[in-house]
Design a protein around this ligand. Structure first.
Ligand code: AMP
Length: 302
C-alpha cells in the first residue's frame, strides 16, 4: 500500500503483544516483596531510590534482585520498560559495596555490555542516579564520538563500566581497559546484539573475562541462538520470564506504511483538527528531529 494517497487506507491496527514502555504494570504481583527495604539493599541505594520516587519493585526487579544478591547467574526475558535496568544495576552496585576490591588501585569490577550508544548512556545515567550516595564510580564508552573524554574518565578510576562492543574492544586494544578483574558481567538486550552482528565481538569480550564471575543476561526474546549464547556464558542461571503484557484495550494504536516524502503530509492530516492533548514524536536522529521541528514551524504547528 506504499504510495497510496489516502493514508488511512494504508492503516492497520497493531494487535501484536506490544508493551507500552511507560506502562509499568503491577497487576498480578504476588506481594512477596512489597518494597525495596525487604529486598535487602544497602541504605545508600534505598536512599537513592526514594529520591527517584520508586515506590516498589517491578516484577522483574522482585525476581532478579534477590537471586542476583545471592550471587546467582540470571537469564532474564524482559523488554525495556519493565524496569530491567534497575533489576541488574541495583544488585551489581550492592554486591560491589559488600565486597571491597582486593589489592590496591581501582580496577573495573563490573561490565555492562549493551548494543547502542543511546542504551549505554541511559544505563550509565541510571547507574549514576542509583549510586549517588555511594563511593562507586561509573563511566560509559561507545563509538561514533571522540574517545579522549572516555579515556580521561577511565583514567580517573571506574568501578562500573557501561560499553558498546566495538568501542570497548578498541579501547582494550589500545591498553586503556583491562577486563582481568571483572566480577560482574551484564549482557543487556542480547537478541538485539546478535541482530546487529555482535556475536563475534561478544565472544571476544567474554574470552577476556575471568571465568569466576557473576553474569546477568537479558533479552526480549529467547530464540535458539540466544539460548546457545546463554549456555556458553552463564552458569546454572535462574531463569526469569516477564510475560509481555497486551496493550491496554483503551489505547488505539495504528501504523502507517508510507514513503519518506509522505510523512509530513500525514502529520498535517493527523493534526488538521487541533488536539487538546500534547503529542510526542520520536525520530531516528538529531538531524531528523531538527528538520522535523523546522517543518512543523512552517506548517504552523505549535
Ligand atoms: P527500564 O525498563 O529499565 O528502561 O525502565 C523503565 C523506566 O521505569 C525508567 O524510567 C525507570 O526509571 C523506571 N523504573 C524502574 N524501576 C521502577 C520502579 N520500581 N518504580 C517506578 N519506576 C521505575
Amino acid at each position: 500500500s506504499a504510495g497510496c494517497r489516502n493514508t488511512s487506507s494504508a492503516r492497520f491496527h497493531i494487535h501484536t503483544t506490544l508493551q507500552l514502555s511507560i506502562n509499568l504494570s503491577y497487576v498480578g504481583l504476588t506481594d512477596k516483596y512489597m518494597n525495596f527495604q525487604e529486598l535487602n539493599l544497602p541504605n545508600a541505594l534505598l536512599r537513592a531510590l526514594r529520591d527517584k520516587e520508586y515506590e516498589r519493585p517491578t516484577p522483574i526487579q522482585m525476581q532478579a534482585i534477590p537471586a542476583a544478591l545471592e550471587g546467582r547467574d540470571i537469564l532474564g526475558t524482559a523488554q525495556t520498560g519493565t524496569g530491567k535496568t534497575a533489576a541488574f544495576a541495583l544488585p551489581v552496585l550492592a554486591n560491589l559495596l559488600r565486597r571491597p576490591p582486593v589489592g590496591r588501585g581501582r580496577p573495573i569490577r563490573a561490565l555492562i555490555l549493551t548494543p547502542t550508544r543511546e542504551l549505554a548512556l541511559q544505563i550509565d545515567e541510571s547507574l549514576g542516579d542509583y549510586a549517588k550516595y555511594t563511593p562507586l564510580r561509573t563511566c560509559v564508552v561507545f563509538g561514533g564520538v571522540n574517545q579522549r573524554p572516555q579515556i580521561d574518565c577511565l583514567k580517573r578510576g571506574v568501578d562500573v563500566l557501561t560499553a558498546t562492543p566495538g568501542r570497548l574492544l578498541d579501547l582494550i586494544g589500545q591498553g586503556h581497559i583491562s577486563l582481568k578483574q571483572i566480577e560482574f558481567f551484564v549482557l543487556d538486550e542480547a537478541d538485539r546484539m546478535l541482530d546487529m552482528g555482535f556475536f563475534d565481538d561478544i565472544m571476544t569480550i567474554v574470552r577476556r573475562l575471568p571465568a569466576e564471575r557473576q553474569t546477568l543476561m537479558f533479552s526480549a526474546t529467547l530464540p535458539p541462538k540466544i539460548r546457545e549464547l546463554a549456555r556458553q556464558i552463564l552458569r546454572k542461571p535462574v531463569e526469569i520470564n516477564i510475560a509481555v503484557s497486551k496493550p491496554n484495550e483503551a489505547i488505539e494504536q495504528g501504523a502507517y506504511v508510507l514513503y519518506e516524502t509522505q510523512k509530513l503530509g500525514l502529520i498535517k492530516e493527523l493534526f488538521a483538527k487541533p488536539l487538546e492533548s500534547k503529542t510526542i514524536i520520536f525520530s531516528s536522529s538529531k538531524l531528523k528531529v531538527k528538520e522535523l521541528a523546522f517543518a512543523f514551524k512552517r506548517m504552523h504547528l505549535n
